[in-house]
Design a protein around this ligand. Structure first.
Ligand code: NAP
Length: 283
């Protein structure tokens, strides 16, 4: 598997498997099938409520721990953030049945972000997580976090797909050594992406599906991708992207699909800030 090297030297697979919106009672099977298909990067979150099922699949897979790259995410914590972040980390780790994480991400740019980040820095220094990063940070918040803390996030996991490409964000991240990881690489199927005429035409030229073209486009841009699927045929399809290359012309053609806006929600929208900040997790 092709990898990217994070800013602290940790190697991260460029392609992984995401489990958002997989119900807890289907997650163990999905992750078992994903591991069998060859995925080694798993992306979950405390908020997805399926960490235990991910942990069971890991345990039963027999895949050596050091071959895996496991990410989970911290939900928005109340003050005292230092204490609550460490408690949330231990809860996630116990649910996953692991004794260290590969990557711990702050899920949202809300709450006591600086308190949360300092606790995450400590967890990183103590070796409890090999790398720390953030998700859903727009450039202004990301840069402020970088400037005002010791450890620069290794990763920023943000909505990135052909309709919202994040080229300028990636430029800034590159300048500061932050790896871009895409969430919603297929835009969760929005805009009829899987039958999109341009993406289908490019796929036909390579004998590949639209999903494969999108994943190839992301990874060719050095973006880490974590497609989600509960279907083994699609898991295999999404994993089979390393035997072809998009031409410069095809990369430029896909660039024209940019709409400049999120297809989901804007993290600057006060209503969304209110909603996400008011959610709390049990246990
Ligand atoms: P996504 O990967 O863009 O799209 C998933 C959808 O595409 C599912 O409906 C899936 O259906 C379908 N699909 C998958 N492969 C396909 C294929 N080859 N052909 C046709 N349809 C296919 O959406 P996502 O799950 O939102 O994003 C990926 C991961 O990013 C998540 O699982 C999660 O780990 C992470 N994420 C993070 C955040 C964050 O705030 N940090 C937010 C959202 C997501 P089936 O399952 O039925 O195949």
């Amino acid at each position: 598997m092709q990898t990217v090297t994070l800013n602290n030297g940790v190697e991260m697979p460029i392609l992984g498997f995401g489990v958002f919106q997989i119900p807890a009672d289907e997650t163990e099977q999905a992750v078992t099938e994903a591991l069998a298909a060859g995925y080694r990067l798993l992306d979950t979150a405390a908020a997805y409520q399926n960490e235990e099922a991910v942990g069971r699949a890991i345990k039963n897979s027999g895949v050596p721990r050091e071959e895996l790259f496991v990410t989970t995410k911290l939900w928005v914590e109340d003050a005292p953030a230092q204490e609550n972040t460490k408690r949330a980390f231990e809860t996630s780790l116990n649910k996953l049945g692991l004794d260290y994480l590969d990557l711990y991400l702050m899920h949202q740019p809300y709450g006591d972000v600086y308190g949360q980040w300092r606790a995450m820095e400590e967890l990183n220094r103590e070796g409890r997580t090999k790398a720390i990063g953030v998700a859903n940070f727009y450039p202004d918040r990301l840069l402020d976090l970088i400037i005002n803390n010791e450890i620069t996030p290794a990763v920023n996991q943000i909505e990135t797909h052909p309709f919202f490409q994040r080229v300028a964000d990636q430029e800034l991240m590159r300048e500061h050594g932050v790896q871009l990881q895409s969430w919603g690489g297929f835009a969760e199927g929005k805009n009829d992406i899987f039958t999109h005429p341009l993406l289908s035409e490019i796929g036909t030229k390579h004998g590949k599906s639209v999903a494969q073209v999108v994943l190839r486009w992301l990874t060719q841009r050095d973006v880490v991708a974590i497609p989600k699927s509960v279907r083994p045929d699609r898991m295999a399809e999404n994993f089979d992207i390393f035997d072809f290359e998009l031409t410069d012309g095809q990369m430029s053609a896909i660039a024209t699909l940019e709409t400049g806006a999120s297809l989901f929600f804007d993290h600057h929208d006060p209503a969304m800030v209110q909603w996400l900040s008011s959610r709390r997790l049990d246990g």
